[in-house]
Ligand binder design. Structure first.
Ligand SMILES: NC(=O)c1ccc[n+]([C@@H]2O[C@H](COP(=O)([O-])OP(=O)(O)OC[C@H]3O[C@@H](n4cnc5c(N)ncnc54)[C@H](OP(=O)(O)O)[C@@H]3O)[C@@H](O)[C@H]2O)c1
Length: 274
């Protein structure tokens, strides 16, 4: 029952109407019998929203498009990984002290390491936006080499230079041709997301059976990119795994309890399957 002791958490972004985070987190709170409620806030005034969260004693919140970078300047502390990536997707309010984290990074890495050993392998990261940065830093930290393939070269070069600033010589820019030397390919662009489900970020001719392929797009659960890769015999990882992984880490930061990942995955898959 929601009462005066219930702790409030949520997600801020714009637009926010299609967020699956409320269903995923509330399913987890309900399963563990925790007195929390997770809400979605469509925010136009970021500074005002954060001031309100401090004033109301909101326990924490996730941050999504378009605020993952801008939110940094409103926080009291930013975790080292989030600072390196330059983006925050989780904020925890400890008695008025707001701390920022990036759980997209650990969510992506956990999803990958469930299927492949990253140390020493080459990971092609398609895209160099916020999610691309989280994936590139995450795999670099695990000892992988990073090949960044981005539509806008200069943005790809910026990501390579910032990864190499922390992990010298680990990252390089390239084209789709470079995928032949990679053992893992991760799409971090929105290409293939509903409603453009016929689009793919990587043409079939660049894929090999030996590739482990992850798409961070999670709607649809199996994108055209993943379907093509599976048809070729590649090991594939759905964006749902990263989504659940980032959500589980946020959940643990909010309430200090181990997240029931299966419950969270079932909630997301149930919603996407509708
Ligand atoms: N599974 C998860 O948990 C999870 C977590 C975070 C994000 N995501 C998903 O990841 C996607 C990217 O999010 P983001 O925050 O990184 O976005 P972003 O910061 O806007 O970056 C988008 C990236 O995709 C590239 N791109 C966009 N449209 C393209 C196109 N038509 N062809 C080729 N490249 C294109 C952009 O290239 P340019 O630099 O050339 O513009 C940029 O590198 C979204 O679909 C988001 O929902 C999933």
């Amino acid at each position: 029952m929601i009462d005066s002791k219930t702790k409030v958490v949520g997600v801020i972004g714009k637009p926010i109407g299609h967020s699956m985070s409320p269903v995923m987190h509330n399913a987890a709170f309900s399963r563990l019998g925790l007195d929390y409620v997770y809400l979605a806030f469509e925010v136009s005034d970021l500074g005002g929203a954060i001031g309100g969260m401090r004033a109301l004693g909101v326990r924490g919140f996730n941050v999504t498009i378009p605020y993952k970078v801008d939110v940094l300047r409103y926080l009291d502390e930013v975790d080292a990984v989030a600072r390196m990536i330059g983006a925050v997707n989780t904020v925890v309010n400890d008695d008025g002290v707001l701390r920022g984290y990036n759980t997209d990074c650990s969510g992506a890495v956990d999803a990958l390491i469930s299927k492949v050993k990253l140390k020493g392998c080459k990971v092609a990261v398609i895209g160099a936006g916020g999610a691309g940065r989280a994936v590139a830093f995450g795999v670099a930290e695990k000892g992988a080499h990073v090949l960044v393939v981005n539509r806008t070269l200069v943005r790809g070069e910026e990501l390579v230079s910032s990864v190499n600033g922390f992990y010298p010589g680990v990252a390089e820019c390239g084209t789709m041709e470079g995928l032949k030397d990679a053992s893992v390919v991760v799409n971090t662009t929105p290409v293939g997301m509903v409603p453009d489900v016929g689009a793919t970020p990587v043409l079939n001719k660049f894929l090999r059976k030996s590739h482990v392929v992850m798409d961070i797009v999670y709607n649809p659960i199996e994108t055209r990119f993943l379907r093509d890769a599976r048809s070729l015999g590649c090991v594939t990882i759905s964006g749902v795994e990263m989504f659940v992984g980032q959500g589980a880490k946020s959940f643990e930061l909010f309430c200090g309890k181990k997240a029931p990942r299966d419950v969270m995955r079932d909630a997301v898959v149930g919603l996407l399957g509708k």
